[in-house]
Each structure stands twice: as structure tokens, then as C-alpha cells.
Design a binder for this molecule. Structure first.
Ligand SMILES: Cc1cc2nc3c(=O)[nH]c(=O)nc-3n(C[C@H](O)[C@H](O)[C@H](O)COP(=O)(O)OP(=O)(O)OC[C@H]3O[C@@H](n4cnc5c(N)ncnc54)[C@H](O)[C@@H]3O)c2cc1C
Length: 441
């Protein structure tokens, strides 16, 4: 696959924005951010019979695509870029949705009734009756010496992935900074592509607090046994270039060690895009603060997906507990709730978050949120390469991390969704299928 495969994904004739005839001067709904949550919102609205004109606008030059493959199959070149595209131009045209690419909204003027005009950096104006912010998050920058050298890269969008792919061929050594999901996925992909990969993690364990200690330790050992050089509690002091050049050649650690690197890939988390919400005077606190119906503090703007901070959707969670999730599942479910709100129905966001991360042959699936657990049960089947950790709070299962164990994942996800339990004692036997011991709580 060519390195600019996403760029080329749309055939020339179809590369124009889908602009149905009869586009009104003021769109019924302006969705800013044309990615997972924005696309799902438009699709769900049409499924619910929302008949106003929709404008789905994003700053990227590509047709909306699925991000997860960027660190996995797309990087490795094992998927056709066309398969990452959510919907065809024909779909948008048929559903009376204007898809606008390559326009970055810098300012929004609002009227008291919630309508307004969005202004893009290119000087265009997009009048709207109602507004949805699906602006996601951006990569957190590592501000150290040499951070602007050629070859110091991030991985948030298709252009980032294309830039990385363009360099991979010539690179022998890659240093990945950040042992979170995206860093580990990319590191595994790059290792599979024959690169000598070192992962630097600032903290004492992998994947921060997204998983418990047992899972973090399992991934550490599994990756090391597959040849990844992972260094915990280690940070970069500066990036170096040979002979004062502009291209990165190495990473200098705090202790003075220099690791050769023709590519440095930084994956140290993301920052929610709240600039427009702040400009609109909406409440912002680690994301755009929304209620259970995906409505922001003005009561009319919807904000969903990675950019939104919402009440914890897990049934029975502590009153007032808020959360910002970064996952495909959340973007989809949150968008459905927003679609109900925009069509005048009130459907609370209540559900069990789930997530996946594929790293080499390690297929992690997470059901629920493990915050506040007081007990874990480990299920390990070395022979079949399966590993699961179930998390409990006061005897009730609340989450599970499952590696190459899809049946465990499904059993816990289903139990959580139905408010059931999987008693810890019985779960400890890895030979026992969890669905056979699920009980009504
Ligand atoms: C490499 C990678 C791998 C991932 N792997 C997984 C995985 O395995 N499993 C999983 O569950 N999740 C994964 N995720 C996370 C998942 O992709 C995100 O949670 C999801 O994309 C969030 O969707 P979103 O629409 O809320 O935000 P985003 O996808 O961030 O989209 C927001 C869009 O809005 C645009 N935008 C922002 N501001 C403006 C503006 N002012 N004007 C116009 N446009 C604007 C942005 O450029 C972007 O296109 C991965 C993410 C990445 C980057």
C-alpha cells in the first residue's frame, strides 16, 4: 500500500465534498468534527428521522475514517485504506448531509436562541440553527529540546500516520515515548515491521491507570518476551541530531545514555479540544462538561466523544462522579444519546464502557471501569495464551481486562449490562466458563 493511501482513498471523481443540491443557507445542525462521534451523530439522527439539513464539518482533508487502525493495520500496511472510510460520498448525499473537509473553525458567534455562525480559518462562514461539538482531542506535545526535529512524530490522525509510514522504510531504530495503548500498539506494529524499537515510559508501569497492576505487569513481560525493549521510570532529556542537523538521530536519556533513533514517536496522551467551548462560555473541566443527555452547560449545544466530560455512565456509579472516555464505543454510544436529545427525546447515557487494544498477538478487551476496585481475580491459561483479570468492589464484579480471552470479556460485559455478578471464588478457576457461573446479584 502506498504511504499516502488514505490521501488517495477517494477516487478523483468522488473526492469532491458531497454537496447535495438545495443546501440551505443555514444548516439545521452544524456538527464540528467529522470523525467517530460526529459521523455517528449524523447517522443516528437520520435513523431517528431527523429531517433538518446537517453539515458535518472537519478540519482534516480526508473523508472521515476510523482511527484505531492507524497504529495497527494501516501502519503495518495490512488493510486497504478505503476500508477505513466510514461512509461513501453517496451515502452523505442521499441523506442530505453536507460533508465539509479541510475547514478549521476558529470562532463561533451565537444568538440567544442557540443559532449562530461558525467562522473557519479560511474565512468561510457556516450559519447554523443548532450546534454539536464533536471536536475530539489532540496529541499532548512533549516540550523538550529537539522536539521540533524532523522525525519527531505523533500519532493522532491520518496525516500523522502517513508521515510515520513515509519514514519507516529508511529507519532502523525507533524510540517510542509513552507506554500507553497507542505507544504500545505502534511499537508492536513497528517491531513487526522489523524495526529495533525501544519504549520509554516515564511512570513505574505500563498503561497508566487504565488497567490494574496485574494487567500492566502481564503486558510488560509479554512485550519484553517478544523482544520489545521497554524501560520504565525512564524519560528523555532531549532529542539529538547529528552534526547540528535538523533530523533526529537519537534520544538522550536523563542519565546521559543516548539511544539511536531515526524515528521518535511520542504517545503521551491527549488533550481534549475545548477551545470553541471556552470561547462560547460553556463550562469546561477536563473536557466540555455535559449532562446525561450530552447537553453542554447552555442546555442546547451537544458535545460528545473524546472532547466531553460526562456523568459516569456505569449504572450505580457514585452520584456526581464524572468521566471523560477516549474510545470508539464511547463515541458511538454518546452520539446515540445526543441524537435522541436533538430529536426532543430524553435518553440518558447509561451503559458499560468497553475498549480494545491490539498489540502484536495480544488482543486486549476491557469491559467496565476498574476505578475503586478492592479485589482482583486472575484467570490465566498459559497453554492457550489467555489472561483475564476480573475486578471487584465489595464482592461485585465491576470490570475485566481480557487478553486473548473473548469469552471472558463477553461474559463480564453481559453480566455488567444485566446488573449480574460473577462470584469471585468460582471465577478463579480458568477452566470454568464465566457465563456458567453468572448470578443475579
Ligand atoms: C492511533 C489511534 C488508535 C486508537 N485505537 C483505539 C482502539 O483500538 N480502540 C478504541 O476504542 N479506541 C481507539 N482509539 C480512540 C478512538 O479513535 C477515539 O476515541 C475516537 O476517534 C474519538 O472520536 P471523536 O469523534 O470523539 O474524536 P476524534 O476522533 O478526535 O475527532 C475529532 C475531529 O474533530 C476535528 N476538529 C477538532 N477541532 C476542530 C475545529 N475547530 N474545526 C474543525 N474540525 C475540528 C479533529 O481534527 C478530528 O478530525 C484510537 C485513537 C488513535 C489516535
Amino acid at each position: 500500500m502506498s504511504t499516502n493511501a488514505v490521501e488517495n482513498a477517494a477516487p478523483a471523481a468522488a473526492a469532491e465534498d458531497a454537496t447535495p443540491s438545495g443546501t440551505p443557507s443555514r444548516t439545521g445542525l452544524l456538527i464540528i468534527g467529522a470523525s467517530q462521534s460526529g459521523v455517528q451523530l449524523a447517522v443516528s439522527l437520520r435513523a431517528l428521522g431527523f429531517d433538518e439539513h446537517i453539515t458535518l464539518l472537519g478540519d482534516e482533508d480526508h473523508r472521515p475514517y476510523q482511527r484505531p487502525a492507524l497504529s495497527k493495520e494501516f501502519l503495518q500496511g495490512t488493510v486497504e485504506s478505503e476500508s477505513l472510510i466510514f461512509r461513501s460520498n453517496e451515502y452523505w448525499a442521499e441523506h442530505n448531509v453536507d460533508l465539509v473537509k479541510g475547514e478549521y473553525i476558529v470562532r463561533i458567534d451565537r444568538e440567544a436562541d442557540g443559532s449562530g455562525v461558525a467562522h473557519s480559518s479560511s474565512g468561510k462562514q457556516f450559519p447554523f440553527k443548532r450546534l454539536a461539538l464533536t471536536v475530539g482531542a489532540r496529541a499532548r506535545k512533549l516540550e523538550i529540546e529537539g522536539g521540533d526535529l524532523d522525525g519527531v512524530l505523533y500519532l493522532r490522525n491520518a496525516d500523522d500516520a502517513l508521515a510515520l509510514k513515509a519514514r519507516v522504510g529508511d529507519a532502523h531504530d525507533v524510540v517510542v515515548i509513552g507506554g500507553g495503548f497507542i505507544g504500545l500498539e505502534a511499537a508492536s506494529s513497528l517491531q513487526k515491521m522489523g524495526k529495533n524499537v525501544t519504549v520509554l515510559e516515564f511512570g513505574p508501569r505500563l498503561v497508566g491507570r487504565a488497567v490494574g497492576e496485574e494487567t500492566a505487569e502481564y503486558f510488560l513481560q509479554a512485550h519484553r518476551s517478544r523482544g520489545l525493549d521497554i524501560r520504565l521510570s525512564t524519560s528523555a532529556a532531549r532529542f539529538r541530531a547529528d552534526d547540528g542537523g535538523a533530523v533526529v538521530s537519537g534520544v538522550e536519556l536523563q542519565d546521559g545514555t543516548v539511544l539511536p533513533a531515526q524515528i521518535v514517536l511520542i504517545g503521551i496522551g491527549v488533550i481534549p479540544n475545548t477551545q470553541l467551548a471556552e470561547q462560547l462560555g460553556l463550562t469546561v473541566d477536563n473536557g466540555i462538561v455535559v449532562d446525561r443527555f450530552a447537553l453542554a452547560s447552555d442546555g442546547t449545544t451537544v458535545a460528545i466523544g473524546d472532547c466531553a466530560n460526562m456523568p459516569n455512565p456505569v449504572p450505580g456509579s457514585a452520584p456526581g462522579e464524572r468521566i471523560r472516555l477516549e474510545s470508539v464505543n464511547n463515541a458511538i454510544e454518546h452520539a446515540k444519546v445526543a441524537a435522541y436529545s436533538l430529536t426532543g427525546r430524553r435518553e440518558e447515557y447509561a451503559g458499560i464502557p468497553w475498549f480494545w487494544s491490539n498489540q502484536a498477538d495480544l488482543k486486549l478487551q476491557i469491559a467496565g471501569l476498574c476505578n475503586g476496585y478492592d479485589q482482583t481475580v486472575l484467570r490465566r491459561d498459559e497453554e492457550r495464551g489467555k489472561f483475564s483479570v476480573l475486578y471487584y468492589r465489595q464482592g461485585q464484579v465491576i470490570a475485566a481486562d481480557c487478553v486473548n480471552a473473548p469469552l471472558d470479556f463477553m461474559a463480564v460485559k453481559n453480566a455488567l449490562a444485566k446488573g449480574q455478578n460473577i462470584p469471585a471464588e468460582a471465577a478463579a478457576d480458568p477452566a470454568t466458563p464465566l457465563k456458567t457461573i453468572t448470578t443475579d446479584s
